[in-house]
Design a protein around this ligand. Sequence first.
Ligand code: NDP
Length: 286
Amino acid sequence: MGVIIDGLKISKEKREKIKKEVEFLKDEGINVCLAVILVGKNPASKIYVKNKKKACQELGIISKEILLDEKIEKEELKEVINSLNEDEEVNGILLQLPLPKHLNENEIVNYISSLKDVDCFCTKNTGKLFSGNFYFAPCTPSGIIDLIKSTNVKISGKNAVVVGRSNIVGKPMAMLLLKENATVCICHSKTENLEFFTKNADILIVAIGKPNFIRGDMVKKGAVVIDVGINRLSNNKLCGDVFFEEVLNVAGFLTPVPGGVGPMTITKLMENTIKAVRLQKNKIKC
Ligand code: NDP
């Protein structure tokens, strides 16, 4: 029977540290502020934004919420982002994705100043990530690295398999694992014989958005398994991409859903907001 990685506990410990840092900055006369932009009324996005606001409040970070109409045009959204880029009181900017269909996400994330891009979405910051020399790391993948490290399993030299190749999770995840000297393989919907790869993984990260997709017999005994998926079932319960009970019998370590990757993602956002303050105030070269 594997060990459940308690993402809630690990993020709570990290948040205590962040809270102290926010207090320290306040004593220095700096009020940390994160601006969150939500376009439209996507119910899942509304929940994510609410959770981020709650975390800011808990840690003493000012949260500036900008709610915009679903039909907003590109130029108007650009102006909103520009005014936040120029606002010295705003340290971090988060644009909640997905955006409504008429807006090109890849283009719009690049309106965010790379110095305030706490989600690490703009091309300048993702380029740095790919070069291996980066300041901001994207929240979900960097939270996952912390979760893996919490197990004390060495990442260096291990076979790491990432299932899913999205720009938000899969691809940056692979880059961070590579930076940690893992041997990395990325699988996706066109991968033939997926099981061959997952069964060889010492570290398996699953981010596909398919409930209970990874079964016990697809996992290597003793592996570290990280379930990124968040799926809502017809009974309204949340579940991950990994069949929890089956895989826990085989894996060495496994993250639960909820209570695994989710809380760490928000914690990393808070951490990146503090990093943004340092970047802006200390004029660190980025
Ligand atoms: P996307 O839909 O953008 O990407 C899904 C990826 O999974 C694609 O690369 C797709 O392959 C691949 N895929 C789909 N079906 C299969 C399959 N049968 N076998 C192998 N690969 C497959 O999703 P995201 O990366 O944005 O999110 C993935 C999941 O993680 C979702 O449930 C999301 O809600 C959750 N999530 C959780 C976060 C957290 O903080 N906990 C943060 C972000 C996401 P292809 O490219 O070939 O189509």
